[in-house]
Design a protein around this ligand. Structure first.
Ligand code: UD1
Ligand code: UDP
Length: 371
């Protein structure tokens, strides 16, 4: 039987963390020929993940340049991936989520009339500027995708309401939870965690485009005030490699004895840091899914979230980006043990770690490989 050709495309850290478990699962299937193309939208942060999961790409477009803007990313991927689509002529192109890599690679596949499978489909805020440009990217991918792999029932409902064919939508859970199964270990140790031992540990991340500037300064000032208020609290912040984010973080958070500013951690380490933390403060998307699976409350430093299931379940709280509100909500969570208990014992709504296996089974069926 002729092998079905699956081209998997990703380019940033979060996509890689959520696509590597799927690549590994696809590669176990003897009826599929799996090709991995990374765009290199991220460089060091992407390489960290490829190394953690031992995935070696077949193609690397290496598009990243410092200070890249949305025109650079989208146009370079669209043009550079054309030849790969022509050479490989895949039966399906799989993209993930809402990055510019996912949008541009999906659009390129659509131009070549190759079916697109969208992993992590149906997340929405319905505010095109928050998160920006991700809300546009994922809605646009939804227009041309043939198969929508939704992580939750509520993501599925949104797609149905938008008029997608319900038969083409599959609820699988989030592949990010699959990744956690291979990274988190109870006996994990790290020198930074030893530094924080005996304290309540905050893990911090921030990188969203719409927060760069004043909102990010407010977030960091709130965190600094928390650390000044509570002597038993320490914080670790692995800073994203975006130079503007790093500059703001260094300006606002330097010289704070109870906070460590460190480089981005490999996923395996970062997941274990989450697992050892007390509270997470972040504007990240993926961390909003991982933390509940580890029983950790998340203060989401954004005005909107597409992970509304986590808010409903009680494991995420939206804080907005004002210093005063973040400070008050974090303080409350540190002082109020009932609230802490409730947030850390809410049910994880993002699946049971079998999303990748489910997607492979669905693709087998959809690509008519079970004759
Ligand atoms: C991108 C995604 C965002 C995702 C985030 C994950 C888009 C539009 N945005 O945003 O959805 O949440 O990735 O982190 O697709 N850099 C490096 N080395 C790296 C990675 C980044 O130096 O390994 C620096 C570069 O200077 C780059 C900057 O970070 O210009 C920003 O990277 P970029 O991919 O443009 O945007 P992100 O904010 O990372
Ligand atoms: N992450 C990591 N190292 C770090 C910080 C985050 O591996 O130092 C992981 C985190 O566990 C999650 C993903 O990166 O899986 C989230 O990526 P990011 O916040 O950059 O993007 P988003 O999810 O917001 O798109």
């Amino acid at each position: 039987m002729k092998l079905k050709k699956i081209l998997v495309v990703f380019g940033t850290r979060p996509e890689a963390i959520k696509m590597c478990p799927l690549v590994k699962e696809l590669k176990k299937n003897t009826k599929m020929k799996v090709t991995v193309c990374v765009t290199g939208q991220h460089k060091e942060m992407l390489d960290q993940v490829l190394h953690t999961f031992s995935v070696i790409p077949d193609y690397n477009l290496q598009i990243m340049k410092e200070g890249q803007d949305l025109y650079d990313i989208t146009s370079r991927i669209l043009v550079d991936i054309r030849g790969i689509l022509q050479t490989e002529n895949p039966d399906v192109v799989l993209v993930h989520g809402d990055t510019s890599t996912a949008f541009a690679a999906g659009l390129a596949a659509f131009y070549s009339q190759i079916p697109v499978g969208h992993v992590e489909a149906g997340l929405r805020t319905y505010n095109l500027y928050s998160p920006y440009p991700e809300e546009f990217n994922r809605q646009a991918i939804g227009l041309f995708a043939k198969w929508h792999f939704a992580p939750t029932d509520s993501a599925r409902e949104k797609l149905v309401k938008e008029g997608k064919d319900p038969k083409q939508i599959y609820v699988t859970g989030n592949t990010g939870i699959d990744a956690l199964q291979t990274t988190v270990r109870p006996d994990y140790r790290h020198p930074e965690l030893e530094w924080a031992e005996g304290s309540r540990l905050l893990i911090i991340t921030a990188h969203r485009r719409e927060n760069v500037g004043q909102p990010m300064r407010e977030m960091f000032r709130a965190i600094r005030r928390i650390l000044d208020t509570f002597s038993d609290v320490k914080a670790i912040y692995p800073i994203h490699l975006n130079p503007t984010v790093r500059k703001i973080a260094q300006e606002e958070l330097d010289n704070c004895a109870s906070l460590r500013l460190i480089d981005p951690l490999p996923a395996e380490d970062f997941h274990n840091f989450l697992n050892k933390s007390y509270i997470i403060l972040t504007d990240s998307g993926g961390i909003q899914e991982e933390a509940p699976a580890l029983g950790k409350p998340v203060l989401v430093m954004r005005d909107d979230t597409e992970r509304s299931e986590g808010v409903t379940a009680g494991t995420l709280k939206l804080t907005g980006t004002s210093e005063e509100t973040i400070y008050n909500l974090c303080r409350n969570l540190l002082e109020n043990s009932d609230e802490y208990y409730q947030m850390s014992h809410a049910k994880n709504p993002y699946g049971n770690g079998t999303a990748s296996i489910q997607i492979v089974n669905i693709l087998e069926q959809e690509l008519e490989m079970r004759k």
